[in-house]
Design a protein around this ligand. Structure first.
Ligand SMILES: Nc1ncnc2c1ncn2[C@@H]1O[C@H](COP(=O)(O)OP(=O)(O)OP(=O)(O)O)[C@@H](O)[C@H]1O
Ligand SMILES: [Mg+2]
Length: 361
C-alpha cells in the first residue's frame, strides 16, 4: 500500500499544503517546530481517525480557523482510494471514503494501514496501562471490524453505567436499573477479552523473535495479558463490586482496566528496564506491528518514522532498515546527517519551513 498524495487545509500550522510522495523513502527535513511531525500526524489521522499525540480535533485545527480539511489519495492493491476528513471545532468530524460519507468514523479503520514509530511510543513500555491497552486495541481494530463494534459498545456502556452511578446518588430508586448494564457488559466485554487474548498470543510469537534478534540473542521479551476480570465472570464481578462502585461513582472492574505486562528476561520492563532496553522493546513492538499487518492483510503498511533514528545504535538501525526495505517510508529529521545519507536510498526529500514544504531537487 502507498500514500500518493496528501492535501491539508488549516491543519495545525498548514494553511494549504499539497504533497506528492514517492513510493520508496521520503524524508521530511527541517528545523524544530516547522511542521514535520504535523504531516505524520495528518497521515496517522487518515489511518486511525485520531491524533497519535492524543490531541483533540479543536487543537489540531489551525489557530485562526474553525475547521480543517484533510485529503489523502492512496493506492491499495492497485486500487485508488480517496479519504476526506473534515474537522470542525465544536462538532464531530465527518469522514468520506471515495466521496461517500461514512456512517461511523470507525469504518475508516483498516483502510489505510500505517505503522508510526515516534517518541511517544516509549509510553507503551513506560506509561500506565491505558497506553498498552490503546496500542493493543488499535492493532486489533484495524484487522477485525467486529472487535471495533464490541469494543465501542463496551466503552459506550461503561460511560452510561458511570453516568447512572452518579445519578443514583441523587435518585436512589434508579439503583434497580444498574443490573441492565451489567449483562450487556458481560456480553461485549467477554468478546473483547477473548480477542485480546488471541491477539497477544500472535503478537508474542512475532515480537519475541524480533527482540531476540535485535538484542544479539541476549534478551527474551514476553508479553503477558492480565485481564482485570476473567471473561466469564464480568457480570458476577460487577455485582460483587456494586457497593464500591456506587461510592466511587465509577465502574471499577472489567476489560477497561486490563493490562499487558511486558517482561524482559522475566522482569517487568516498565519497572526494571533501562532506558535503552525500553527503547528497544518499543522498537520490537513496532517491527512486530509491521509484520502483523503484512501477515493479516497480505499488504505492506506505510511506515512513518518520527525523529527516533538517531537514538538507536547501529545494530538496531540495521534491523530497522532491513524491515522497511521494500515498504513506503516517510521519515522526519532535523538534518540530512551522515546516517540518513549513508544508509538510505533516499527517493524524495522535502524541506519543511514554517508550514511551507518544498521538494528538494
Ligand atoms: N492548531 C495549530 N495551529 C497552528 N499552528 C500549530 C497548531 N498546533 C501546532 N502548531 C504549530 O506547529 C509547530 C510544530 O510542528 P511540528 O510538531 O510538526 O514540528 P516539527 O517540525 O516536528 O518540530 P521538531 O523537530 O521540534 O519535532 C509549532 O510551531 C506549533 O506552534
Ligand atoms: Mg517533530
Amino acid at each position: 500500500m502507498i500514500i500518493k498524495s496528501l492535501e491539508l487545509e488549516n491543519f495545525r500550522n498548514y494553511k494549504n499544503l499539497h504533497l506528492y510522495f514517492d513510493e520508496g523513502t521520503n524524508i521530511l527535513t527541517g528545523e524544530n517546530a516547522q511542521g514535520k511531525t504535523n504531516i505524520l500526524e495528518a497521515i496517522y489521522l487518515c489511518s486511525t481517525t485520531k491524533s497519535h499525540k492524543g490531541s483533540k480535533d479543536s487543537e489540531i485545527i489551525n489557530f485562526d480557523s474553525e475547521e480543517s480539511h484533510l485529503r489523502s489519495i492512496i493506492d491499495k492493491k492497485n486500487e485508488e482510494l480517496r479519504i476526506d476528513i473534515h474537522l470542525r471545532k465544536s462538532k464531530s468530524k465527518v469522514i468520506a471514503l471515495n466521496l461517500e460519507k461514512l456512517k461511523k468514523t470507525s469504518e475508516l479503520i483498516g483502510i489505510l494501514n500505517v505503522v508510526l514509530f515516534s517518541p511517544e511510543d516509549l509510553n507503551i513500555i513506560k506509561g500506565g496501562p491505558s497506553y498498552r491497552r490503546s496500542f493493543i486495541d488499535m492493532q486489533i481494530c484495524r484487522l477485525d471490524s467486529s472487535y471495533v463494534f464490541n469494543l465501542s459498545n463496551y466503552n459506550k456502556i461503561i460511560d452510561q453505567r458511570n453516568k447512572l452511578l452518579k445519578d443514583i446518588y441523587f435518585q436512589p430508586a434508579l439503583r434497580e436499573t444498574l443490573f441492565i448494564w451489567d449483562s450487556q457488559l458481560q456480553s461485549y466485554g467477554s468478546q473483547v477479552i477473548k480477542k485480546r487474548r488471541e491477539f497477544v498470543k500472535e503478537l508474542n510469537d512475532i515480537v519475541k523473535e524480533i527482540h531476540y534478534k535485535l538484542t544479539g540473542q541476549k534478551e527474551f521479551l514476553d508479553i503477558r495479558y492480565e485481564p482485570d476480570t476473567e471473561e466469564d465472570k464480568i457480570e458476577e464481578t460487577l455485582k460483587e463490586n456494586a457497593e464500591k462502585d456506587l461510592k466511587s461513582k465509577i465502574t471499577s472492574c472489567g476489560p477497561h482496566r486490563d493490562d499487558f505486562i511486558i517482561n524482559i528476561n522475566g522482569m517487568d520492563a516498565r519497572k526494571y528496564g533501562s532506558q535503552g532496553q525500553q527503547r528497544t522493546a518499543a522498537l520490537s513492538l513496532k517491527l512486530a506491528e509491521i509484520e502483523i499487518v503484512k501477515r493479516n492483510t497480505n499488504d505492506n503498511p506505510i511506515f512513518l518514522l518520527d525523529d527516533v533514528l538517531s537514538e538507536l545504535d547501529s545494530n538496531r538501525q540495521n534491523m530497522l532498515l532491513e524491515s522497511i526495505s521494500n515498504i513506503q517510508t516517510i521519515i522526519t529529521c532535523t538534518g540530512l546527517d551522515d546516517f540518513v545519507n549513508e544508509r538510505f536510498k533516499i527517493d524524495r526529500v522535502f524541506d519543511v519551513h514554517n508550514g511551507i514544504v518544498e521538494v528538494v531537487e
